[in-house]
Write a protein that binds this ligand. Structure first.
Ligand code: NDP
Length: 430
């Protein structure tokens, strides 16, 4: 068994995706176009969400004017925020966990204190609110903040690309060392870049951007209070749903250590921009939309939306926890009774329970929640549905990537699993 595994690893180490067809996200073309197109999309969407028409079909697309792009306060706030979270990373709270074994056999250690960082951030925000700090000003500052986050993403990715030439080859991501500088810059060369004990990828995954997202939401709520005296039910729902999602991610921070992002993907522009710019500034679009486009929501509709979010959250949490528990300890009573199939790697695959319903029950739950976040914004505009549309595309693409990796890892056993559980995300549909 060991020999087979080592053989597989050796093969993988030697395998560099040298052809564009083997590369992800459209290869070189994607690596050139995405870093131009996505930052412009962020600025466009913020502009649309704050405009009275809020039309995504406006042609030519309305981008913010140059004088709206810059405010010296924005980079100061952004860098201060990232610096604060870097300090909180070293707080001596929470446990220290080990990641999966790397190709050289070692395991990295990670502080599990993201939830503590969220709590400290919440206390600081409460203090600021108590001091009557104008948090609603984040609404005016959104575009300059997004511009700063985009600039930081580019500069940081250049740093990551350059430093990746100083590390040994076993520290590089398997798919990120193609020799094509544009693609490698985009997809990420180094797997786990660290400065001392500070893990740059792990830090960015769940902290400044994710917590920043709910802070922006709070800023939008405070803007509504400034404009209309009190927050609307729609705004409260959007804030609560998304806070629950972020708090859940940080409460279960350890689970990120086994995700594709940490285990497989290099740290380059794709993840940096996603973590620091895309997530906080596009996931908060519903809240910024509601500031300019207030909605009335009946209690009955609100109850239906809360129930939808609850069902989505239940499926999402239960399925993720089931798999994490199974991977950590397959003999645990909560998973030991489930039906599984053996694979040549020694690991087993669940074929009953949540993972017997569809091959990605966690994506199904996530998508139901995404829909629940859009519904409080009514049906008059498409923009608030941007997240659920984009997220469906992202998860379908992510599912295909994961499927390819699982097929490569588990071979025939994966085929058997696919026959036993034919649907990928939506039962009887897809
Ligand atoms: P998943 O948690 O879905 O993990 C996929 C891995 O699980 C596979 O590679 C395989 O790894 C293992 N696996 C697959 N099928 C089985 C099975 N039947 N039995 C046991 N193990 C199995 O990966 P993601 O990182 O994509 O998603 C994690 C969560 O994050 C999801 O809930 C997703 O919705 C969410 N997410 C949210 C995003 C956002 O922007 N809001 C973005 C991306 C993800 P192995 O066998 O090696 O353990």
């Amino acid at each position: 068994m060991k020999g087979t595994k080592m053989g597989r690893n050796k093969q993988a180490v030697n395998h560099r995706p040298t052809h564009d067809t083997e590369r992800e996200f459209g290869g070189t073309l994607g690596a050139v176009c995405i870093p131009v197109f996505l930052p412009l999309t962020v600025l466009f969407l913020i502009g649309v969400s704050q405009s009275p028409e809020a039309s995504v079909f406006q042609w030519p697309p309305k981008l913010p004017s140059t004088d709206q792009l810059w405010d010296p306060l924005a980079p100061m706030l952004l860098l201060g925020w990232i610096g604060l979270h870097a300090l909180l990373y070293f707080m001596p709270f929470g446990k220290v966990s080990e990641g999966l074994a790397l190709r050289d056999g070692t395991r990295l250690k990670y502080p599990i204190n993201g939830f503590h960082s969220l709590c400290v951030s919440a206390v600081l925000l409460m203090v600021l609110l108590g001091l009557r700090a104008p948090l609603g000003f984040l609404f005016e500052l959104l575009v300059p903040l997004a511009v700063s986050a985009i600039a930081v993403s580019f500069l940081f990715s250049i740093y990551l690309y350059v430093r990746s030439f100083l590390v040994p080859s076993h520290a590089l991501a398997l798919g990120g060392d193609t020799g094509n500088p544009l693609y490698d810059f985009f997809i990420g060369r180094e797997l786990n870049p660290r400065i001392g004990n500070f893990d740059l990828k792990y830090f960015c995954e769940l902290r400044p951007g994710l917590i920043g997202w709910v802070v922006i939401n709070l800023g939008m709520l405070m803007k509504e209070v400034e404009l209309r005296g009190s927050p609307s039910l729609s705004m409260i729902l959007v804030n609560c749903f998304q806070l629950l999602y972020v708090a859940d991610a940080l409460w279960n921070e350890e689970a990120v250590l086994t995700t594709m992002d940490i285990v497989h993907d290099g740290f380059g522009f794709m993840l940096v921009f996603g973590d620091l710019a895309w997530v906080p500034f596009t996931y908060s679009l519903q809240a910024s939309f509601l500031v300019v486009h207030p909605q009335t929501l009946s209690l009955l509709k609100a109850a239906v939306i809360v129930a939808l979010n609850g069902v989505g959250y239940y499926i999402f949490r239960k399925s993720n926890s089931q798999k994490n528990q199974f991977r950590r300890d397959p003999t645990h009573p909560s998973v030991s009774g489930l039906e599984t199939i053996a694979t040549a790697t020694g690991k087993r695959l669940l074929v009953s329970g949540w993972w017997g319903l569809v091959r990605h029950p966690n994506y199904l739950g996530d998508l139901l929640m995404a829909l629940a976040w859009s519904l409080p914004c009514g049906f008059s505009h498409l923009l608030p549905y941007f997240y659920v549309i984009y997220f469906t595309i992202l998860l379908i693409h992510r599912e295909a990537r994961d499927e390819r990796q699982c097929k490569a890892k588990y071979g025939l056993a994966w085929d058997t699993y696919c026959r036993r559980v034919p649907y990928r995300i939506f039962p009887y549909i897809y």
